[in-house]
Write a protein of this length. Structure first.
Length: 319
């Protein structure tokens, strides 16, 4: 029986960590460990974690100084002992049948399991309509895997399961200098060493939508590392079609970065230049047949009216 190691980084998670842990402890499949990594929280997250560690023998608790989510996950990887590894965020929850579904579908020929998720705005939602045993599955190769992550903006960790042994052998760790999109970088690095990914049309993860999300905060200077992340991908990508999507995202987030830096009360240390529509790199992407027409229109609007589009985006998420 394969053992699943669940890594959960925690930073000031006192309001959500209980629900997260309880959603794991009700799993029907029981061969798993939970590794809680406290990334220097200044609330009572530690007290909650220690109580759960005392209550459940399969929980490990690690406390580190505040070094960021990447270092917290890396610490979790180094302390994991399972066959498979799975990453969660401390404010999210999983389906009661998720681990059973993982084990039933993660066969010896599979290198990564990829399933679906849903967004939730309250923890009161029920899993009955989603927790189905009969769902479509397909096997895809790494080209399709990478393409789908870039096109669908699905470089998330928490709807994917990995081989821990492979991660440790290849020393695949999270980039501590990247604070946004570090998950996509990890997935693209992992993809270099695998062949087959099993995709399941199964919703096993509930992604909690918080109005206090650090990703969308105006004054979150760590947000700007998303541009660095895509530039890193651009440097080692050899597939021209994939490179188009990477270049698209560099332009898109550069537009947002320009607007963010203008409206932030705390200025970013780098100068974010405004993207100009007549630049060669812009014209290449705006006329690329590899990019869908809706995406190209969205980018063109952001290039022409960066401040206006940014204000609309912020208004939609209630910032």
């Amino acid at each position: 029986m394969k053992k699943i190691s669940v890594i959960i980084p925690i930073y000031n998670g006192k309001n959500s960590i209980k629900r997260c842990i309880e959603s794991i402890e009700v799993q029907k499949y029981k061969n798993y460990e939970i590794i809680l990594v406290n990334d220097g929280s200044n609330d009572n997250s530690e007290d909650i974690c220690l109580k759960y560690q005392e209550k459940y023998k399969n929980i490990k608790y690690i406390c580190q100084k505040n070094m960021g989510v990447s270092e917290a996950r890396n610490n979790g990887i180094l302390n994991a002992s399972g066959d498979l590894i799975y990453f969660m965020d401390c404010d999210d929850i999983i389906s009661p049948n998720l681990f059973e579904t993982i084990i039933n579908n993660f066969t010896d020929k599979v290198d990564c399991l990829w399933f679906n998720y849903k967004k939730i705005y309250t923890y009161d939602s029920q899993w009955n309509e989603y927790d189905k045993k009969n769902f479509k599955t397909s096997i895809i190769d790494t080209n399709e895997f990478e393409k789908s992550m870039l096109i669908e903006n699905d470089g998330f960790l928490w709807n994917k399961v990995y081989k821990l042994k492979l991660i440790k052998e290849k020393k695949i760790l999270f980039n501590k200098d990247i604070f946004v999109c570090e998950d996509l970088l990890f997935n693209m690095e992992y993809s270099k060493y695998i062949k087959y990914i099993k995709k399941c049309e199964y919703i096993g993860y509930a992604y909690f939508q918080s109005t206090f999300s650090s990703f969308n905060k105006k004054n979150n200077l760590k947000w700007f590392s998303i541009i660095d992340a895509y530039k890193m991908l651009e440097n080692f990508c050899t597939n021209e079609k994939l490179k188009c999507y990477i270049e698209y995202n560099i332009l898109y987030y550069s537009c947002e970065g320009y607007a963010r830096n203008k409206y932030n009360s705390i200025k970013f240390y780098k100068n974010i230049n405004r993207v100009r529509i007549y630049e060669k790199k812009c014209l290449k992407i705006l006329f690329s047949k590899n990019i869908g027409i809706k995406k190209r229109i969205r980018l063109a609007l952001f290039i022409l009216f960066p401040n206006f589009v940014f204000k609309i985006k912020q208004k939609k998420i209630g910032k």
